[in-house]
Design a binder for this molecule. Structure first.
Ligand code: TXA
Ligand code: MG
Length: 346
């Protein structure tokens, strides 16, 4: 299969949107930009189209997909929001939609079991990206879309990254440049409490931070061993992984290079005086936030920098930790899951 790439520059978005919609109406998959990462989209109501997502990503069927709605009104077609959480769902949607928050809600009958891997819940979000919104609106149906990478690999934050992952496996990529957030959406489920703010179970840290969510409820970890949880590889096993062995090393003095090996460094600022930068003659170095030193810049550059290092022919990649506050929580989560010696929390 030939993979076509169409630019969706502001002045010519319509042609790209129309091409995407015509493929989706035919039951095909299309890679589309969102504000977080590029997604591989298909008609969420069509099991045959959904099956193509799993096949082209080589994704196991037990890992459920996120459904994207084009407008708040469409929520009722994909989820059955219980009365007990209706007001907090509305508050969260008011505050964070369209945007990088995904809510796990009881699914509607219209959502095929394939989308949710047989779970009774569906993960829903409304993307803020103009292309994703325009395609969803024109199609008039919700879009199931996981990140547009092969299973277990680094999420794509540009059309060229999607092409590297899925060239020849999908018919179309809409190129709208780099993603503005760079990390996958924050995922929560919601538990109501009598007379108190609800509990939000944080299934995946992301651009909407714990601090932002705390205004509306109490943020806690998911309950391990809960039968309603999917065996979600994005949450449990090593994931977001480069092919090159990747190690997160907290203290620079703990790094023991083997002679003759080529090491790359994924660092935060790249300041020559920083211990991680100074401790070795790195074959290649990528800084997450060389400009502002801000976590938002680091988030945008994280997967891009991991890809650059992965493509550099190194023997191993060493990563410097970032401060685990605000957006840094999501960045550290991705670094840990990419690491070779990562084992899921007990
Ligand atoms: O930002 C994003 O969320 C991107 C863009 C494309 O929207 N999508 C994304 O999808 O990251 P994916 O498939 O790579 O990650 C979705 C995660 C998986 O870890 C999956 O297990 C979890 O969401 N998930 C989906 N449905 C779920 C459910 N019903 N209950 C619990 N987790 C669920
Ligand atoms: Mg993914």
């Amino acid at each position: 299969m030939l993979t076509e790439v169409i630019q969706a520059a502001d002045d010519d978005m319509n042609a790209a949107v129309e091409r995407a919609v015509s493929l989706l109406l035919d039951g095909d998959v299309v890679a589309l930009p969102t504000e977080t990462v590029y997604g591989l989209a298909a008609d969420a109501f069509s099991p045959a189209a959904i099956a193509k997502i799993f096949a082209s990503k080589e994704r196991p069927l037990f890992d459920p997909l996120i459904v994207h709605i084009a407008s708040r009104r469409d929520l009722a077609s994909v989820a059955q929001v219980p009365e007990s959480i209706a007001s907090v769902v509305a508050q969260l949607a008011d505050a964070f939609w369209p945007g990088p928050l995904t809510m796990i809600l009881p699914k509607s009958d219209a959502i095929p079991d394939l989308v949710t891997s047989g779970l009774a819940t569906v993960a829903v979000r409304q993307s803020a990206h103009p292309v994703m919104r325009a395609v969803g609106k024109k199609l008039g149906r919700p879009l199931a879309a996981p990140s547009a990478n092969r299973f277990g690999r680094i999420s794509p934050t540009s059309a060229s990254a999607v092409l590297k992952e899925l060239d020849g496996k999908i018919p179309l990529i809409i190129d709208a440049g780099a993603c503005s957030q760079g990390l996958e959406s924050t995922i929560i489920s919601i538990e109501p409490r009598e007379g108190k703010k609800p509990i939000f179970r944080l299934h995946r840290a992301g651009p909407i931070t714990k601090e932002q969510l705390q205004e509306f409820g109490k943020v806690e970890k998911p309950v391990l061993g809960d039968l309603h949880q999917p065996h979600a590889p994005g949450q449990l096993a090593s994931h977001y992984a480069p092919r090159t062995p990747f190690f997160l090393i907290e203290h620079a003095q703990d790094f023991r290079p083997e002679p003759g090996k080529k090491y790359g460094l994924l660092c935060y600022r790249g300041n020559p005086a920083d211990p991680h930068v100074a401790c070795h003659d790195w074959a290649q170095m990528e800084a997450l936030s060389p400009g502002t030193g801000k976590l938002a810049e680091a988030a945008v550059r994280l997967f891009y920098s991991m890809r650059l290092l992965d493509e550099a022919g190194l023997d191993a990649i060493i990563a410097e930790p970032v401060s685990e506050t605000g957006l840094g929580v999501a960045i550290m989560d991705r670094l840990r899951r990419a690491a070779h010696d990562f084992s899921p929390p007990a």
